[in-house]
Design a protein. Structure first.
Length: 123
């Protein structure tokens, strides 16, 4: 798949499958998670920041209200696992780590950040 980075960032309509994941990592995503876009991941990040104190179920509930995507915690966990593996792969060498420093947003992969915030164990 052709990456559509613009100025070092992915456009908001970029599919999660365009954001640097390899075939194995894409295979880790649930069917619903494969449909996410960068826009969805940004909404998820903002929702997580706003509602994380109320727990992951509340984050997922509000995210669903905002996006109508009907995702569950398992879908978001699959995103976390895929992007954890991506980060491990990219950080395998200093050259790859430097090249991957800005894959989709201005600080780090928003999907990885979002997933780790949302999926943090609460039980």
């Amino acid at each position: 798949m052709v990456e559509r980075q613009q100025g070092g960032m992915y456009p908001m309509d970029a599919s999660i499958t365009e954001m640097g994941l390899d075939k194995i990592e894409i295979g880790m995503l649930t069917e619903k998670a494969r449909k996410l876009t960068k826009r969805d991941l940004v909404v998820l990040r903002e929702t997580a920041k706003e509602f994380r104190a109320q727990g992951e179920d509340k984050v997922v509930e509000v995210f669903d209200q905002r996006t109508k995507l009907d995702l569950r915690v398992g879908d978001l966990s699959s995103v976390a696992h895929a992007f954890d593996d991506l980060q491990d792969r990219l950080n395998a060498t200093p050259q790859l780590a430097a090249a991957a420093a800005c894959c989709c947003c201005t600080c780090c992969p928003c999907c990885s950040c979002t997933a780790s915030v949302v999926i943090e164990a609460t039980h």
